[in-house]
Design a protein around this ligand. Structure first.
Ligand SMILES: C/C=C/C(=O)SCCNC(=O)CCNC(=O)[C@H](O)C(C)(C)COP(=O)(O)OP(=O)(O)OC[C@H]1O[C@@H](n2cnc3c(N)ncnc32)[C@H](O)[C@@H]1OP(=O)(O)O
Length: 259
């Protein structure tokens, strides 16, 4: 598999590192590598969580490699737009829990990647922006959809229409990240949270994630509650449901099977 996305498995956690120096930009090959890696992880019953980070200390990811768009080729724009959408949709639908350790600049497609994860931890030197309009482009990897959902329309418009770049503290204040940690500690914190997630039943968290994400789809209140009940009952055909309840009653730690 390509080295553009490095994969390291630590117990039930997969650490994915965007590895395209100097700025960890996204190219056709790195997007395909991300997609392939997440699909492979979806098949691995031993993986319950993933952490995304960037190689080095300066860049989580500076977004799309702008060299790709220099010649104004519309067919390539179409191909890249589709790939960006497909890759980050695949990431956002990862079966387990995903956490971005934003360890530096997360710009454009870099921030869109972090927003495709369930939880974001930022190192204190991190900076985040959707600066596509400043280079004559627009966000095409979920940015215009996910950012307003996370931070509200006002801040989303400040960042998308005015190109405002936010530091880690502002990102925390507006709800773009969930925690700020000292520089160099992002991966450690993300792994700590991932370990917590791995103590939950993966059969439960997968369904909970589907439910939480479905709330974005403009579903009616009644439909959302009905879906909760359906997935609750569906859990009773999993081994993890029986293991979880019986482990509690037996006063022992559950051993999740992810099925
Ligand atoms: C669907 C998705 C769309 C998109 O994502 S569009 C792209 C959106 N991203 C951007 O517009 C960010 C562009 N990059 C920057 O603005 C700056 O970088 C930073 C503010 C993030 C950092 O600035 P500084 O500290 O001065 O670093 P540096 O010298 O600019 O970057 C180091 C090397 O990395 C290259 N680089 C950075 N970002 C990109 C990029 N997005 N595409 C291609 N190359 C990039 C630079 O050119 C340079 O290279 P060299 O050392 O050869 O001069």
């Amino acid at each position: 598999m390509s080295d553009l996305i490095q994969l390291e498995k630590r117990g039930h956690i997969a650490v994915l590192t965007i590895n395209n120096p100097p700025a960890n930009t996204w190219t056709r090959d790195s997007l395909v590598a991300l997609m392939d890696t997440v699909r492979e992880l979806n098949e691995d019953r031993n993986i319950f969580a993933l952490v995304m980070t960037g190689q080095g200390e300066k860049f989580f990811s500076a977004g799309a490699d702008l060299k790709t768009f220099a010649d104004g080729d519309k067919a390539r724009a179409n191909e890249m737009g589709q790939l960006f959408g497909e890759a980050f949709a695949t990431l956002s639908r990862f079966r387990g829990v995903s956490i971005a350790a934003v360890n530096g600049y997360a710009m454009g497609g870099g921030l869109e990647c972090a927003m495709a994860c369930d939880i974001r931890i930022a190192e204190e030197h991190a900076q985040m922006a959707l600066p596509e309009a400043s280079v004559g482009l627009l966000p095409c990897a979920g940015g215009t959809q996910n950012l307003p959902w996370l931070v509200g329309e006002g801040w989303a418009k400040r960042m998308i229409l005015c190109g405002e770049r936010v530091n880690a503290d502002t990102a925390l204040r507006i709800g773009l990240v969930e925690e700020v940690v000292p520089s160099g500690k992002g991966l450690e914190k993300a792994l700590e949270l991932a370990e917590m997630a791995c103590k939950q039943s993966p059969s439960s968290t997968a369904r909970c994630k589907t439910l939480v994400m479905s709330a974005r789809d403009g579903r009616s209140h009644d439909d959302g509650w009905r879906m909760e009940r359906e997935l609750f009952v569906e859990l009773f055909s999993t081994e993890d449901q029986k293991e979880g309840v019986n482990a509690f009653l037996d006063k022992r730690k559950p051993e999740w099977k992810n099925r």
